[in-house]
Design a protein around this ligand. Structure first.
Ligand SMILES: *Cc1c(COP(=O)(O)O)cnc(C)c1O
Length: 381
């Protein structure tokens, strides 16, 4: 028997009461039964996004919401500035180029956040850019971006702020209306503690205005059509009915915890994880630490192959699934995720399995040094 434990930055573990919802019968969506339930979800989402705007629910993963945003706001030949700090920043670039936009990319050293001075210089050099597309938290490197600063600069320079908050919404404070974020996106399999398959996004008044002049082609991912339907608690196409059903429960759980406690829990788990990494002598990879996930370098004595083995042993021998680096970071970093349905005991489990895997690979480990540091940090904070 092997118990599988998921400690990855999406999909994340799902609470038992949410799982139970997926065993219930599927209802038809063109019914008042669905509309009543969808209304509850919409209300919870406004709370989560800290917005008065309607939060749209799309049946696709986060990338689909990113694509709807690009197709929905812009016209052929428009210029946008992209903050590319990793795989997901690169996705904004590829997506925008696919739609024929001119992309002015700020390519960051992996593991770093964008500097606001550099961004402002880029805005000055490219005053015609319509928007800045960025991640709140770059999941591939664990770098946290200065969201409020980016949004403020966008306001000053008359550009839209388009924030991929897929590993940020429900983890750290991103008050959409208060900060004036123009587009905020998230996905079901991250902090929302659901399986993959839904994405959620909200647009400011300014962003909705921009949709009126957009001339890029769109059909399935048409935000204006969706808004018309979702204002009436309906969807343009058949929605992920079961996921919505589960979402009402997962959001109820988050709302019961409350935003301040939710953000504090993630901060605390991040501190526990960092303490463990330090105790194990692991060096941090991200220079802009985030409450979402902690990225560490594999020990220097390890080859890339051995680096990849850590994750493999943790999964195959101990049933604990974490993620390593992608592309050029493969075998070089470990991504220790601590968000969603996650508490201090999940962090202990992950660190415990990491200690075992490192020892299996011949790395000197004093058992309990990492897990002990987790408990100590937990008590101290
Ligand atoms: C997971 C993730 C996405 C979306 O990826 P999908 O595979 O489409 O769900 C986008 N941006 C960030 C920052 C992510 O972490």
């Amino acid at each position: 028997m092997k118990k599988i434990r998921l400690l990855t930055p999406g999909p994340t573990a799902i609470p038992e009461s949410v799982l139970a919802k997926f065993a219930e019968p599927v209802i038809h969506h063109r019914t008042s039964l669905f509309e009543t339930e969808f209304k509850v979800l919409q209300d919870h989402l406004k709370w989560l996004f800290q917005t008065k705007q309607l939060v749209l629910t799309l049946t696709c993963t986060g990338t689909g919401a990113m694509e709807s945003t690009v197709a929905g706001l812009f016209s052929p030949g428009d210029s946008v500035i992209v903050v590319n700090g990793g795989k997901f920043g690169e996705r904004w670039t590829k997506l925008s180029k696919t739609y024929g936009l001119n992309v002015d990319e700020i390519l960051l050293e992996r593991g770093t956040a964008v500097s606001l001075q550099e961004l402002e210089a880029r805005m000055r050099a490219n005053p015609g850019a319509k928007a800045v597309l960025f991640q709140a938290s770059e999941t591939s490197t664990g770098a946290l971006m200065p969201v409020k600063g980016i949004v403020d600069l966008c306001r000053t320079h008359g550009m839209l702020s388009v924030c991929d908050g897929i590993t940020a919404v429900g983890i750290l404070n991103l008050p959409m209306d208060e900060w004036g974020i123009d587009v905020l996106i998230t996905g079901s399999q991250k902090a929302l503690m659901l399986p993959p398959g839904l994405s959620f996004l909200a647009l400011s008044e300014r962003a909705w205005k921009a949709t009126e002049s957009s001339r890029l082609p769109k059909y399935y991912f048409d935000l204006v059509r969706e808004r018309k339907m979702q204002e009436k608690q309906q969807t343009a196409w058949t929605p992920g009915i079961s996921l919505i059903h589960g979402g009402v429960e997962s959001l109820r759980l988050l709302r019961e915890e409350g935003l301040p406690a939710l953000f504090e829990r993630h901060e605390r788990l991040a501190r526990c994880t960092r303490a463990a990494a330090t105790a194990l002598g692991l060096e941090f990879f991200s220079r802009s630490p985030s409450p979402v996930l902690t990225t560490v370098k594999v020990p220097e004595s390890f080859s890339v192959e051995q680096g990849k083995q850590i994750q493999k042993i943790m999964q195959e021998k101990y049933g604990v699934i974490i993620t390593g680096g992608q592309d050029e970071l493969q075998g070089k970093i470990l991504r220790l995720s601590h968000f969603g349905y996650c508490d201090v005991f999940d962090v202990m489990t992950g660190i415990g399995a990491l200690e075992l895997a490192l020892a299996d690979l011949g790395h000197p480990v004093r058992f309990g040094s990492g897990t002990g540091a987790v408990l100590t940090a937990f008590r101290e904070t």
